[in-house]
Design a protein around this ligand. Structure first.
Ligand SMILES: [Zn+2]
Length: 307
């Protein structure tokens, strides 16, 4: 079963731990051995610069992570290919894995769209405007002001639309969410779940889910345990509940996955690393026709690649 995973934070771990290699299955939830064993086809790698860096150090860190993407993930493993277009994904041979660079939060660009354009030129193909707090473009879900997009944020989304780059609404306030949907046709939620099932500010309410479905956007269900359930111990069956819910809203062909592996320390029982996809797929096949499972795992994101 091919897998398209719309979000992981392994670049942050590689950036923090300079001696780590992408082979390290002890310290990394997404690793080369896991991708190979489980059947990864496309993996998104987020550039996420932590909020404790300030000023120009933020853009510098983003560039360093892109450098690590090339030196630690692409260069040492000839069967992992950096992909930036539909054509390059279609050209992947059976044993090859496509790697897409994404940006989680535009903090690193500060108020300079040339920096965003530079990151797109370097291969970034999905852009989340914020992490959890405010920046020059928009407010994130934990910013109490809870505003939408600034003029600069609006300009950024228009630019991304023109370039056919995904704008990622995960982490954005609801107000910002609607601002984005008005301004681009190329939108995803890379790693967010259903608010009606788990009341967390990072999750999407029914109106948002319906709007994404109407917009023909892919929605990446994420394996963050506290976005899946308020229960203490969270199992794979929780993931299936979120799938059932979005399917009932009419979004069965919009559902995908954005694991958030390497961005989480607590994990779902049985889904504690990329290897867990094998268990998840077995469970999915017990509950859904194979055709739908192929959609969840790969096709629903893959078919919507606009770039
Ligand atoms: Zn995130």
């Amino acid at each position: 079963m091919k897998i398209f995973d719309a979000h992981c934070d392994v670049l942050l771990k590689l950036w923090r731990g300079s001696s780590l290699t992408f082979n390290n299955t002890n310290h990394l939830q997404v690793s080369y051995p896991a991708l190979k064993q489980v059947g990864a086809k496309v993996q998104c790698f987020a550039v996420f610069v932590p909020d404790d860096l300030i000023g120009d150090a933020r853009f510098q860190a983003a560039l360093e992570m892109i450098e690590l993407f090339h030196s630690k993930i692409i260069k040492p493993y000839p069967d992992i290919k950096k992909v930036t277009s539909r054509e390059e994904i279609d050209d992947l041979k059976d044993h090859e894995i496509g790697a897409i660079l994404t940006l989680e939060g535009c903090g690193p660009i500060a108020n300079d769209l040339v920096r965003l354009q530079t990151l797109v030129n370097l291969g970034i193909r999905s852009v989340g405007l914020t992490w959890n707090y405010a920046n020059d473009l928009a407010d994130g879900v934990l910013e109490e002001r809870s505003a939408g997009l600034s003029n600069l944020g609006r300009e950024a989304v228009r630019y991304l639309h023109e370039e056919r780059i995904w704008t990622d609404v995960s982490h954005l306030t609801e107000c910002g969410f609607w601002d984005v949907l008005e301004r681009t046709d190329f939108v995803i939620a890379s790693h967010s779940n259903v608010k009606a099932l788990c009341e967390h500010p990072r999750n999407l309410n029914d109106n948002q889910l319906r709007a994404l479905i109407q917009k023909d956007a892919a929605i990446g269900i994420t394996f963050v345990p506290y976005f899946l359930s308020e229960q203490h111990s969270v199992t794979i069956s929780s993931v299936l509940r979120h799938i059932d819910y979005i399917a009932a809203l009419g979004g069965v062909h919009n559902i995908g996955f954005g694991s958030d592996f390497d961005g989480i320390s607590k994990t779902v029982k049985g889904l504690d690393s990329y290897f867990g996809y094998e268990r998840l797929i077995n469970e999915l096949l017990k509950h859904f026709p194979e055709e739908l499972v192929r959609g969840f795992c790969y096709e629903n994101f893959n078919q919507r690649v606009p770039f």
